[in-house]
Design a protein around this ligand. Structure first.
Ligand SMILES: Cc1cc2nc3c(=O)[nH]c(=O)nc-3n(C[C@H](O)[C@H](O)[C@H](O)COP(=O)(O)O)c2cc1C
Length: 189
């Protein structure tokens, strides 16, 4: 049976986030991105892959700052809108009705309705072909108390993040817990 296919990025699912940027003039922008990942722990860093034709790309180049806002499932409509409309001529804060909050370390605003926000400064940029990789150092993090458990840890049941499935283009809710880090320790044959 056929198993090998032409090379493609079949990592599925991926996170999906709302990234805010602010240029030197004009309104702040929101873009939906799925080419997103954790790339370093100390200092904490995340990467975003952005096509040069995006309005977001221009704003990132202008200011070198962005905020990663992690949505819950109730924001799936806003996620799709911000991923299908360009901020070049549209104010996506006005279009979606989400609320901009002032960030503490960078100029782009946070999205109040997202339970997690990370303020980032671009530390490295790498042109890869279709996309440019922006690696951002996380300068500040915000977490809604409503998604934290009694120990202050993020509780997935309260958060209800969205996963994106490239290729099939689905948004999915994150499902049941099936294990935890190190749960096999001492149990291997
Ligand atoms: C679920 C989803 C994920 C997306 N991921 C990316 C991505 O990782 N990189 C990218 O350049 N565009 C991505 N896009 C496309 C942009 O979000 C879209 O072109 C957007 O309208 C660009 O907005 P802007 O012109 O205001 O920057 C994605 C769209 C959707 C719906």
């Amino acid at each position: 049976m056929k198993k090998e296919y032409a090379p493609s990025t079949d990592l599925i699912p991926t996170p999906v986030v709302l990234v805010t940027t602010q240029g030197t003039e004009g309104h702040a922008n929101i873009v939906t991105l799925a080419w997103v990942g954790v790339v370093n722990s100390t200092p904490p860093m995340v990467s975003i892959g952005v096509r040069p034709e995006r309005h977001t790309y221009r704003l990132l180049k202008e200011r070198g700052e962005f905020c990663v806002n992690v949505p819950h499932r109730g924001l799936v409509h806003e996620v799709d809108v911000c991923g299908t409309v360009s901020g070049k001529d549209t104010d996506k804060f006005a279009l979606t009705g989400v609320t901009p909050d002032k960030a503490s370390r960078v100029t782009p605003p946070l999205i109040r309705q997202c339970p997690i926000n990370m303020e980032c400064r671009v530390a490295h940029t790498l042109d890869l072909g279709s996309h440019t990789l922006f690696i951002g150092e996380i300068l500040a993090v915000h977490r809604d108390a409503s998604i934290l458990d009694e120990k202050g840890k993020i509780c997935l049941e309260a958060f209800e993040p969205i996963a994106y499935c490239p290729g099939v283009h689905d948004y999915r809710a994150v499902g049941e817990k099936i294990g935890w880090y190190g749960f096999t320790k001492g149990k291997m044959p």
